[in-house]
Design a protein around this ligand. Structure first.
Ligand code: IPM
Ligand code: MN
Length: 397
């Protein structure tokens, strides 16, 4: 019987609220499938830092690196809480793991489920069509504009004292200058761009024409780093001659994303652009309550909802848990791929199916989707639906 060790990092604010719902899904999986799960709950984040002076308990990074088969994260960040170096408290967790475990591809699927209405001008409406929004944005996750903080966080997570870029002169600037280097390397670009092309081979192409298409989003008309990124994109595309390529500058891309989402299949972009455009893209699928993600490397992976800690909703039983539950689905898909475990692949598919059922049914949804149910009712409804699907599957199998 397969058994997997999971590191569960609830973090701040609504992170623990949605982690409770993720655990309901894990309970169902343990009850209804041959899979055993060893769960390790690790407190962490800005609130934990306020209480303890640490971002997570000693040894947590090593546990995530050496013991965990996969990592699930809630949310990181609490208003006004920074470390003594002035960094994001909890950065050691989210950025330390992204950098320290080389999770170079931040994979963010954008798919519009049937039955979703979006909130625009404060009203619920259907702006985009299900079936015409189905893309995955792959955000570079270990360098770019986040490089200095990523390195510093990983260094602290490994027990070091932090890392600073060398000082640099800024001719023509007077007085105090804060700066963030934005290195983009050949190695960092190659691996994430290749990941994007390989991902396209596993998908069904763009909604508009079913063609496999990878879009490079950058600002190569202006910056050197993006010129290198685009050059490498062109080189790697030569290995995938059956896949269409497309290139867009980030500013124009944000416009096309909203206007013609059906043309996009897989999108690959440097770190900061990916951070921004994935929040925008979440609107196409009904908002941050739906948006799931995986931080994926060659040997490790961490899954998390794209949303933050939303302090004002903490403990209110308001937050939509679907982004988190869908991240659990991505985690099982990744376990299925990397461990060659068909049960995990089935679980991933059935989690998605359970979510789709609850959304199209429409009677148990949170406020962001126009419903009146709470976090726990939605989590309950999806885990019940998943239980039924799993029982059917294993009864037939
Ligand atoms: C995200 C978040 C993080 C990021 C923060 C919390 C460091 O916004 O996952 O998109 O900027 O990457
Ligand atoms: Mn973000």
């Amino acid at each position: 019987m397969a058994s997997y060790t999971l590191a569960l990092l609830p973090g701040d604010g609504i992170g623990p609220d949605v982690m409770v719902e993720a655990e309901k899904i894990l309970d169902v999986i343990e009850n209804e499938t041959p899979i055993a799960l060893e769960r390790n709950l690790i407190p962490c984040g800005g609130q934990y830092y306020t209480e303890t002076g640490k971002e997570w308990p000693e040894g947590s990074f090593v546990f995530c690196r050496d013991e965990a088969d996969a990592i699930l994260l809630g949310a990181i960040g609490w208003p006004g809480v920074v470390t003594k170096d002035g960094d994001l408290a909890g950065g050691e967790v989210i950025l330390g793991l992204r950098s320290g475990l080389d999770l170079y591809a931040n994979v963010r699927p954008i798919r519009l489920y049937d039955g979703i209405t979006h909130k625009v001008h404060g009203q619920f409406t259907q702006m985009w069509s299900p079936g015409l929004v189905d893309m995955t944005i792959v955000r570079e996750n270990t360098e770019g504009l986040y490089y200095a903080l990523l390195k510093r966080s990983a260094d602290k997570a490994r027990g070091g004292s932090g890392w600073e870029p060398d000082s640099m002169e800024f001719p023509g600037l007077d007085g105090e200058v804060a700066w963030d280097p934005r290195p983009i390397s050949r190695k960092g670009s190659e691996r994430v761009i290749r990941y994007a092309f390989e991902l396209a081979q596993r998908r069904n192409g763009a909604p508009t024409d079913g063609k496999r298409r990878v879009t490079c989003v950058d600002k190569s008309n202006v910056t050197r780093g993006c010129q290198l990124f685009r050059q490498i994109f062109s080189e790697i595309s030569g290995e995938f001659t059956e896949t269409e390529t497309n290139m867009a500058y980030i500013d124009a891309f944000t416009m096309w994303l909203v206007r013609n989402p059906e043309e996009f299949d897989v999108v690959v972009t440097p770190n900061m652009f990916g951070d921004i455009c994935t929040d925008l893209a979440s609107v196409l699928q009904g908002g941050m309550g739906i948006a799931a993600s995986g931080n994926i490397g060659d040997h490790h992976a961490m899954f998390e909802p794209v949303h933050g800690s939303a302090p004002k909703y903490t403990g209110q039983n308001k937050t939509n848990p679907i982004a988190m539950i869908s991240s659990v689905g991505m985690m099982f898909d990744w376990l299925g791929e990397t461990k060659g475990d068909a049960d995990c692949k089935t679980i991933a598919t059935l989690i998605e199916q359970a979510i789709a059922e609850i959304i199209s049914d429409g009677s148990v949804l949170t406020y962001d989707l126009g419903g009146t149910s709470g976090t726990s009712e939605v989590g309950e409804a999806i885990s019940t639906a998943l239980g039924i699907l799993l029982r059917q599957h294993y009864a037939v199998a």
